[in-house]
Design a protein around this ligand. Structure first.
Ligand code: NAD
Length: 199
């Protein structure tokens, strides 16, 4: 299928689970994909799987919470594929405790991976997007870009044992709503998906 031919998709945490499924789906629709995972082996394996199926993919592994990660990830997309069109903030994990047992480290870790990392990635893509959107507008071309932030129903309704995770996922909704307002002018559709625990 070629619905996404010519598009470039960046998906964090795409070595396994939902991120992997998104990466494979985007590639199956013709997108060129920049895979990422904290663990290099699954990240590399997904990129290799896409290439072996005739698609185009690279893996830029490492933690989304690492200083400098976003610039490295975005820089690789621009250098290798010459653009970016779809950004999926998916990477994450849970570290649960009831609030009386939750440490500062635990709380901060969830904010770092589920909120600060998406913020940094979106900040890093903002300048390339602004430049590309300006050129496209000058050329009279209408190009829509997409951001998908993966939240959780825990962020919407709360969940016992997840004070840190639910706070971060709720804040991701706020970040999403603000970028809708900031990036409409660049024709970027910014959405958030609140997933339900799949068990
Ligand atoms: N599975 C669910 O039921 C569910 C429900 C609600 C929300 N979510 C959200 O969906 C997203 C994906 O979850 P999943 O179920 O596919 O999880 P998963 O554990 O199957 O996959 C997540 C991937 O992200 C990677 N990752 C974790 N921390 C990372 C980091 N700092 N940098 C880069 N990669 C990192 C992991 O190594 C893993 O490969 C997460 O944001 C999660 O919070 C999942």
């Amino acid at each position: 299928m070629t619905k996404l031919k010519g598009k470039v998709g960046l998906i964090t945490g795409s070595g396994r689970g939902i991120g992997r499924a998104i990466a494979l789906k985007l590639a199956s629709e013709g997108a060129r994909v920049v895979v990422n995972d904290l663990d290099a082996a699954p990240g590399d394996a997904v990129a290799a799987e896409i290439r072996s199926g005739g698609g185009e993919a690279i893996a830029i592994n490492g933690s989304v919470s690492e200083t400098g990660f976003s610039d490295r990830f975005v820089g690789a997309a621009m250098e290798t594929f010459g653009g970016l069109d779809i950004i999926v903030n998916n990477a994450g994990y849970t570290w649960d405790s009831t609030i009386q047992k939750m440490t500062d480290e635990q709380f901060q870790a969830m904010l770092d991976v589920h909120l600060v990392a998406p913020f940094r990635l979106l900040r890093a893509v903002s300048e390339p997007i602004r430049i590309m959107a300006k050129k496209e507008a000058e050329a009279g071309r209408e190009v829509f870009r997409k951001v998908v932030n993966i939240s959780s129903i825990a962020g919407l309704y709360g969940n016992a044992g997840q004070a840190s995770y639910s706070s971060a996922k709720a804040s991701l909704v706020g970040l999403t709503r603000t970028l809708c307002k900031e990036w409409g002018r660049y024709k970027v559709n910014v959405n958030c998906v609140a997933l339900r625990w799949r068990g």
